[in-house]
Design a protein around this ligand. Sequence first.
Ligand SMILES: Nc1nc2c(ncn2[C@@H]2O[C@H](COP(=O)(O)OP(=O)(O)O)[C@@H](O)[C@H]2O)c(=O)[nH]1
Ligand SMILES: [Mg+2]
Length: 323
Amino acid sequence: MPTNTGPEYKKAEEAFRAAKTIDEKITRLEDMMAVLPKHKGTDHLFADLKRRMSKLLKQQESSGRKSGGGPTLGFEKEGAAQVILVGPPNSGKSSILRAITNASPDIGEYPFSTHAMQPGMVQYEDIQIQLVDTPPVTAEFMPTHLLSVLRGAEAALLVADLSVDSLLDDLDAVFQAFELRHVAFVKQASGDRDRVRCRLIANKKDAPGAVARLELLREMIADRFEILPMSSNEPTTLGMLPRMLFEWLGIVRVYTKAPGKKPELEKPYTVFAGQTVGDICSLIHKDFLQNLRFARMWRGSENPLTVSKHEPVRDRDILELHI
Ligand SMILES: Nc1nc2c(ncn2[C@@H]2O[C@H](COP(=O)(O)OP(=O)(O)O)[C@@H](O)[C@H]2O)c(=O)[nH]1
Ligand SMILES: [Mg+2]
């Protein structure tokens, strides 16, 4: 056993030993691999960890789950986009999910009341956005599957608690826990899955002392992300969340029509700002993308335009596809 693995690694190894389920073992082993100092002296150990990992992944697969490798969360990604609530214990993540979606997670007086991830759907006009509640992150604890879920999501909402003096320390612990695992929260999406687009909800602004703590928070965050002060028990600020998500994520709704028929306005296709007529085609059927000759596009009150698959779409465009 090499001696130069460092205290972080020792801690991760202890957590690995204590892990009971295969999923948890995988997460803890990921942690060990993330915190192991990389140099010649640890090459051998790293290779060993990789072997253990592939063994665990095989066990996970043969334990009766679908092939494809992704974590079994008990729910699917759905809706126009997926946003993950992340934060320290007790900051109000579950309360926010309950207030703005159809889901009813446990709201806890005790810190670790959310054990599993739980999705809910946020309705904005004629579309839905999936919001996912997650167990709390602390310096010691990174929930199983959280990293892979974040990597696959469109964005995260970090939830901070304005009612406690440990606000900045708690947030710092969250940032460090992710940094250690090579995941960072950023303001702008960049296409790199390890850099998660994020906004910060400063929750419980109704609590005594919240105003002063919000000032401290603003100083710490500066312009790293946008801060949204709110209370999960106050309808006015909460009510703005669905529109905020829609605009922030750049969701674009496109309706289709068949030639000579009225547009189907009940169920839009959704893409993101910058995507094209071709992207809409591939949502419908791969043949549409391959065989599209042209599309007619209605935009506002303007006369229809004839466009190709390369044309960027805008929210509320109506398309008639010709193949
Ligand atoms: N004063 C106040 N309390 C809140 C607010 N949001 C949540 N809480 C309380 O904070 C505690 C933790 O909430 P919960 O949603 O379970 O937090 P989670 O651990 O982040 O999921 C509960 O007692 C909630 O009632 C808020 O906006 N204001
Ligand atoms: Mg919770």
